[in-house]
Design a protein around this ligand. Sequence first.
Ligand code: C2E
Ligand code: CA
Ligand code: CA
Length: 440
Amino acid sequence: MASTLMNTTSSQSSVMSEPMDQLQSRGDLLNELDARLIANTADSGLALLLVKIERFRRLNVIFGHALGDALLHEFMQRLQQVVRDTDVVARMGDSEFGIILSDIRNQGHAQLAVHKILSTMETPFILDDRPHRVSIKIGAALFPAHADKAMGLLQMAEKALMAAREGMQAYQVYAEEARTERFYDWDLEGRLQYAEDNDELSLFYQPKICLKSGELFGAEALIRWKTEDQGYIRPDIFIPIAEQSGQIHGLTRWVLNTALRQIRAWPDARSLKVAVNISASVLQDDSFIDAVQRALSIWDAPPQSLILEITESALIADFDSSLGMLERFKDFGIGISIDDFGTGYSSMSYFRNIPATELKVDRSFVSYMLDNVMDHRIVTTVIDLARSFGLNVVAEGVENRETMEALRELGCDIAQGYYLARPMPHEEFVQWIEDYQASH
Ligand code: C2E
Ligand code: CA
Ligand code: CA
């Protein structure tokens, strides 16, 4: 159980003290956060979570304040049970809570706590003998990654919470290149319009290797945009812009056609698979099914040579509407891969229904799995989960031999990462395949 905090007026930390009455305000939380940031050692970080109960006012109006208070009381208790002793839960406002998580070494750790909270709040609250379900949203920010002062961290967490609420996602971790207007780059949007015509787009390929046989499985196609004046613009920057502006539809068709055209030049192309990344909004567009079938037929590629990678969070955001399209793709023989697995929030009931053929364990877990017990456990669990559902499991972000060996021992099917090869231009990749096959 976590400690709770009282109404302190000083900035003295209560980290070491006994649990006390609840901390009641934003100011109290900031004081506590300040004290912890100062006391924090260099080798670990903190996370601040803001948890908001949606439509709480409505519940208060319909069922009365007594019931609302009872709900808040139990909500607080559940929060305290789910976090660790060293964490702090504070009431921030009407229906908002702040949680300080200590000893957070990477985003994956914060996400794990978020998942636990979401899952514990799935159980209905029994109030006046009737079950009440609550819907919650969570915003998270990390110290020192996102801010180095208490106030800054709180603002980042607030932004993340707002983004989660606007984007209809269960939670959001603050992202530096967040898709908020403040960061929206109109200039880039305008230039992206001409990127294809100006020949500024290309695909890089990163190999995926079968861990058991050592054979090449295929490659992931990753888009690159090279501008004349600014050099390469990272996909993390322009893909969100393309998603917002709607340019993603054209871009995805370009990627698909380019990848299917280029694999024809790969040695042994028929036995290899190319994976392309698909944004959530593309799955909302019915004409995408035709576009994929047309591309396969134009480039005379068997459906089995194509894998569509969709992130777990994208799938969950529009679960019902994307399901039908994915089922059709899968029936057709196209591979469906759940990307960045472990970072989204899919409960088992969602997961069971996704017509996937492959799971990709997110690289934030793979990268640290040998240094961090929790990450190792997550990777092991995801591998077991994938196998029990008969899915291929891919580990991305494999950066050294030790990690690759560990994954092989755990029964992971496929590895991808800098240790094997960095993403490279098409011509280079063709040469890479030849060299690889000659030496294996
Ligand atoms: P992703 O799908 O998770 O792609 C893998 C990213 O991890 C790539 O970054 C790759 O370069 C990087 N990576 C690979 N191995 C390692 C490793 O061992 N260590 C580390 N630290 N990183 C590694 P990249 O190419 O910058 O792509 C970033 C993201 O942009 C992708 O993440 C994907 O979400 C998006 N993206 C890229 N191409 C496309 C596209 O054609 N369409 C869409 N919708 N999104 C794309
Ligand atoms: Ca991917
Ligand atoms: Ca990924």
